[in-house]
Design a protein around this ligand. Structure first.
Ligand code: GLY
Length: 321
């Protein structure tokens, strides 16, 4: 009998403990706990893995602490472009949207694509029109804006850098536990339900100061999101370009399926060897068909949590050691 389990992440990045307040850290821990516990309750009540990950990511999108949905980062031009993907491990069905700026919850649009289209990925205005035709809530683009993200863009513009460079000097003045200028904000969830089905969902605002039209790994099945009942469900967060080049999420499934590696071996290989070798930073969450959980990251921290049905939820931000 499979014990259902869910894991979530809210992005990975660098830690500036000196800039962190206990109050802010508590806000992050509480948000992670509330959302992972909600997913755990859904699974305990018999929800599918797909429903649990969709709802967990929708809640993460609604929380302005995280870079997805409300609270998404700004592009170089001061706009928002959001990406999301869902994948069903039972059928290998995928739905995804990229470069949308008017869909309140991109993960719901991705789910609508999965359920209602023979296509896999819609972009921009076409994605918004498809979502509208399926009654997915639309908002004005400034719905996603927050003062903290605007200040983050101004810092990026004044240093003339895209905030992909986590080696750059931290300049932020607030008390976010992970340095918001060196944080790879993406949110995601993976789950195994009581029927043995796996699912994954990933959503992001991308990178602060990114060029308009740039798309990262999050909406790309196999790169930032993947689920296959035969192996594993994965959601990634990090330097999108490197996660695309390494096909990070799929590589874990392939190593497990074709090379007989354990979840732990495969996920550590991808994050600490392959992604790092190409200069990438970030992490991932993964659950395999047996219910094993892996939460590796090569950055200094990653907002993360997991909860098995019937057991206490665990959340963390920093390295454990
Ligand atoms: N990993 C999120 C992005 O690169 O857009």
């Amino acid at each position: 009998m499979v014990k259902a389990v869910i894991a979530i992440h809210g992005g990975a990045g660098a830690i500036t403990r000196s800039a962190m307040s206990a109050e802010k850290e508590q806000q992050y821990r509480q948000a992670l706990t509330d959302i992972v516990t909600h997913g755990q309750t859904m699974l305990a009540q018999g929800a599918s893995a797909m429903d649990a990950v969709t709802e967990a990511v929708r809640l993460l999108e609604e929380c302005p602490l995280f870079n997805a949905g409300k609270g998404a980062v700004f592009t170089h031009q001061g706009t928002h472009e959001l990406d999301a993907c869902v994948m069903d491990g039972r059928t290998l069905d995928v739905g995804a949207v990229a470069g949308v700026s008017r869909i309140r919850n991109p993960v719901l649009a991705a789910r609508a694509v999965l359920e209602n289209s023979s296509h896999v990925l819609f972009i921009g205005a076409g994605a918004e029109a498809f979502a509208a035709s399926h009654h997915i809530e639309q908002v004005e683009p400034d719905f996603f804006s927050t003062p903290a993200r605007w200040e983050q863009l101004q810092r990026a513009l004044s240093s003339d850098e895209m905030l992909l460079d986590h080696d750059g000097a931290a300049q932020h003045q607030d008390d976010d536990p992970l340095d918001p200028d060196r944080k790879f904000g993406t949110v995601g969830a993976v789950a195994l339900d009581a029927n043995g089905n796996l699912a994954a969902a990933t959503s992001t605002g991308g990178m602060t100061n990114k060029q308009v039209g740039r798309v990262g790994d999050s909406p790309l099945a196999g790169a930032g999101c993947y689920a296959d009942n035969e192996s594993v469900a994965v959601s990634c967060t990090g330097t999108g370009e490197v996660f695309i080049r390494t096909l990070a999420a799929y590589d874990i499934a392939a190593q497990m399926r074709y090379d007989g590696r354990s979840l732990q071996q495969a996920s550590v290989n991808v994050i600490h060897d392959k992604v790092l070798e190409l200069g990438g930073s970030g992490g991932l969450i993964a659950i395999d068909r047996a219910g094993n959980v892996a939460l590796p990251f090569n950055s200094e921290g990653m907002y993360r949590g997991f909860a098995r049905v019937g057991e206490p939820a665990e959340v963390a931000i920093y390295r454990e050691s």
